[in-house]
Design a protein around this ligand. Structure first.
Ligand SMILES: [Zn+2]
Length: 157
């Protein structure tokens, strides 16, 4: 399966609220973090939202995820058979659309980008020839409550 064929990004209401709260708390700086989960049936399904420190030189107009968080998240995701689906960040005084700067930095195809501005949240996927900033296409965002299918803490080592 190619990630660029993604049809939707699936989040829980809690995950969405957590990201929006972070954007608000970080204002007037940009917040950022990682989306961890897996691709199923063409949908990027987020299991966890991992906040990261924004280590950009100018965090009021850019974001750079703390590389230590990124490395640790990659490792943990791999162990669980998951992946880093993408990342989120906020535009404190902009709109929830990728900027030219975001487009320049979208090195990997198939990554999901969530962008927040005030109470708005929108998702995009990085593709070679996207019609948004030349690098993205909008990805429908589905916010649904989780189905209780897994028992927590199975105790297996
Ligand atoms: Zn941006």
């Amino acid at each position: 399966m190619k990630d660029v064929d993604l049809t939707a990004l699936v989040l829980t209401p809690d995950q969405q609220a957590k990201m929006l709260a972070e954007a608000q708390a970080a204002h007037p700086l940009e917040c950022c973090g990682l989306l961890v989960g897996r691709v199923q049936d063409g949908e990027a399904r987020v299991r966890d939202v991992l906040p990261a420190a924004n280590v950009a030189d100018a965090p009021e107009r850019a974001f750079e995820i703390d590389p230590r968080t990124l490395i640790q998240a990659h490792r943990n995701a791999r162990e669980r058979g998951e992946a880093i689906l993408g990342w989120y960040h906020s535009h404190p005084s902009g709109v929830a659309v990728p900027s030219a700067c975001d487009a320049e930095r979208a090195a990997e195809n198939g990554k999901v980008w969530i962008i927040m501005a005030q109470a708005d949240m929108a998702a995009y996927v990085a593709v070679e020839q996207g019609h948004v900033a030349g690098r993205f296409r909008p990805l429908p965002l589905r916010v649904i409550s989780p189905v209780k299918s897994e028992e927590a803490g199975d105790g297996n080592g």
